[in-house]
Structure formats: C-alpha cells, structure tokens
Write a protein that binds this ligand. Structure first.
Ligand code: AMP
Ligand code: MG
Length: 318
C-alpha cells in the first residue's frame, strides 16, 4: 500500500492558524486561492475587529432596519440557529460582554496582562432580541446589543472554503482548518482524514497525540486554555456564559465535536463549554460524537467518539 502524499499549506487567517490540505498536491495552489477568497469575504462581512466590516456597521446602527449582504446574512442565520438549538448557550449577543472582558481586538494584539477590571455579572441581551429576516436579508438589533459572530463565522468560513476549494481542485479532496474549525470536502483519503485532537489548533503534529478520522463534515474545538489573558490577578478567557455575561467557569477546558458540517460541530463545541455538566447529556441525546477534557485533564469520549486512536467516526447532523 502506498501512503497518500498530501499537499499542505499553512498560514494565518481570521486571527488564528490556517491550514489547507489536499489529497492531490498539484491542486494546492488553486485550493489555497479558493480558501483565501472565502476567508477574505468572511472577514469583510463578519469581523468585529474591523471598523469597515459590515458587522461593525450593523453594530453601529441600532434600532434601524439594516439590509445585509448574503454572506453576513448566512453568518447571522447560522448564529441564531445555533442559539435556538442550544437554548441560548451559544448566543451572538455576547459582543459587549466579551469586549469589556478585554477581547476587544484581534487576539494576537490582546495584551496578555493588564490592570484589574471591574466586571459586573449581568445576563447578555439575548438572541431573541435580534430581528432577522432571511427572506429580505434585513436585521434590526436593539440599542445596547453588539453581535459577535466569532463562534459561527469562522466555522461557516471553513465549510464554505472547503466547498469552494473542492470545486476548483478537479478531483481529490480538501481539508480546511481555521483556528481548529475544520471542514472537509471532496473525496477523502483512504481511511478518512486523520486529525489530531489538540487543545491548541496551532500545535505541531506529534505522534503521541490522539487522532481521529472523518471522511465528511467537520470537526471543531472550543476551549478556555488558549485564548486567555490576565487582568490584575484574574485570568479571563473568550467564552462567555450568556447567563452572567462573564467568562464561563466551565468544568471542561476543551471540547471537540464532530458533525455533518463545521458549523454544527462548532455550535456543539462552544455550547459544551458553556453548558458544563449538562453538556454530556445534551451531546448524547443528539448523537454528537465528542471529546471533552475536564479541568484535571481527564478525557471523556462520548456518543461514538472512538476509544482507540485513529478509528473512524461518523459525523451526525445537528
Ligand atoms: P469558539 O472558539 O468556536 O468556541 O468560539 C468562541 C468565540 O465566540 C469567542 O472568541 C467569542 O468571539 C464568541 N463567543 C464567546 N462566547 C460565546 C457564546 N456563549 N456564544 C456565542 N459566541 C460566543
Ligand atoms: Mg470554534
């Protein structure tokens, strides 16, 4: 048997690591170009770190009917669907809360340490305060609501980028990872795409790390150990509990979920961190294969997540 030689391109995108992998190395340049086009479009549409993004303009126009472009509409629709499916554990109205906790610019530029902050617990405005029509692509956000599409837009970008790349590579398969939000499209390598389950999406590939393989859909990891910072003596991180508006004090430090799309995997992985002890039941009831790492570093594998390394996993649609 001959091992598949993969073509791999790496870089940075949307404030995190970017990996594009193709099963036919000569397709790499075309695949990467297709991925970068999607990523650039998502950034202009949905970044909260760019004043000129469509999302920033929407956030600056409360109480008004705003017509948005097709891409931002898709991202908002995906975020609201995530909120509904998770009963608000994933909620795009955490924008103000995550900003005042210190995550107010591209993560690479957030200072690791700073003076103490005075944060007051208060429930976020809530996704049901957002009025959105997919038919007319119009949105109204009430004053005081800041949308943050950080969780869903990156996953949507992975799904769309993998699909776009699969269209231009003329056969074979492609995997796109944006900061650990992974989508695959086209024909998978024999035995599936082998993916390393790490806390840090930028981690080097290492033989000792656990791997899992998928042939379709997506895989997403959320966690509190990488995007974190200190203000005074307090450690803060980027996943907000909508019930308190503060970084969640979760029993899980990392959640990895496989699903029929990266968007679904991402909804479930972010939700798992927020739901804490309720997460295993929620994931099992929906048959979402997941790998949760608790505070002590103990790994919990649920709903079909394989025990042995490199076993196949069948993603479920949420
Ligand atoms: P992820 O890494 O996919 O779990 O997404 C985390 C990102 O989503 C954060 O960096 C925030 O921008 C945003 N976020 C934080 N907490 C939540 C939440 N409870 N619901 C939705 N988005 C969130
Ligand atoms: Mg994610």
């Amino acid at each position: 048997m001959t091992a598949t030689v993969l073509g791999i391109a790496e870089g940075r995108a949307l404030g995190g690591s970017l990996r594009v992998v193709v099963t036919r190395p000569r397709a790499l340049t075309a695949a990467r170009a297709a991925v970068e086009e999607v990523v650039a479009a998502i950034d202009v549409a949905a970044s909260r770190f760019r004043e000129d993004s469509e999302l920033s303009r929407l956030n600056a126009s409360p109480d008004r009917v705003v017509k948005v472009g097709p891409l931002l509409a898709r991202a908002i629709e995906a975020a609201l669907r995530g909120a509904e499916l998770t009963e608000g554990a994933v909620d795009p109205t955490i924008g103000f809360a995550v900003r005042i906790a210190g995550y107010d610019r591209d993560f690479d530029s957030v200072p690791a340490r700073g003076g103490p902050l005075r944060l007051v617990a208060s429930r976020v405005p809530g996704w049901s305060a957002v009025r959105f029509s997919a038919a007319t692509r119009t949105v109204v956000i009430p004053r005081g609501v800041e949308l943050d599409l950080g969780a869903t837009a990156k996953a949507l970008a992975s799904d769309m980028a993998a699909a776009a790349a699969a269209r231009v590579i003329d056969g074979g398969g492609v995997l796109v990872s944006l900061g650990g939000d992974i989508a695959v499209a086209g024909e998978a390598p024999v035995g599936g795409w082998t993916i390393q389950a790490s806390e840090d999406s930028g981690a080097e590939l290492a033989d000792a790390e656990e791997t899992v393989s998928i042939a379709s859909g997506g895989l997403a990891t959320s966690g509190t150990t990488v995007r974190r910072w200190m203000r005074g003596e307090v450690t803060l991180h980027h996943i907000i509990d909508p019930a308190t508006g503060l970084p969640v004090d979760s029993v899980w430090r990392t959640a990895t979920v496989a699903a029929g799309s990266c968007v679904d995997a991402n909804i479930a992985s972010t939700a798992a961190i927020v739901m804490g002890e309720r997460a295993p039941r929620w994931l099992r009831e929906r048959g979402m294969a997941a790998r949760l790492v608790d505070r002590d570093g103990v790994v919990h594998r649920l709903a079909g997540w394989p025990k042995a390394a490199e076993s196949k996993l069948i993603p479920t649609i949420l």
